[in-house]
Design a protein around this ligand. Structure first.
Ligand SMILES: [Zn+2]
Length: 115
């Protein structure tokens, strides 16, 4: 829910008063964001604002870890924070924790023909 309001804030800031039609979000795998529930909260919290009725497109960024001692990096399907090469637990997350609004689409201003 707090993710949804952060996404809405960012989208509204970039929209600068225009109506938002599509919000594209990149969410790291480790965030375990459920697209349906994020879409639900965006719809709910976005009512009455510039994001009302906007469509959510979410891309999940696969998680990658790196082992500090041997510099091996690998992708994980289930969080297993141990190096497959040396068994070390001194690993850091390279990718998979991001959560960002990648882009938004706004409604084109329709110019009425008065001629
Ligand atoms: Zn290692």
């Amino acid at each position: 829910m707090s993710i949804a309001s952060a996404v809405l804030d960012t989208a509204a800031r970039h929209a600068a008063g225009r109506r938002v039609t599509v919000v594209r979000v990149r969410a790291g795998q480790l965030r375990q964001v459920v697209p349906d529930s994020l879409a639900f909260y965006i719809e709910l919290l976005g009512r009455g604002g510039p994001c009302e009725g906007a469509r959510l497109e979410m891309e999940v960024v696969p998680a990658r870890l790196r082992c500090a001692p041997c510099a091996r990096d690998w992708a994980i399907d289930v969080p297993a924070f141990r190096c497959p090469q040396c068994g070390g637990a001194e690993v850091s997350v390279l990718a998979g924790e991001e959560l960002e609004v990648e882009s938004i689409e706004v409604e084109q201003e329709s110019t009425a023909c008065t001629a």
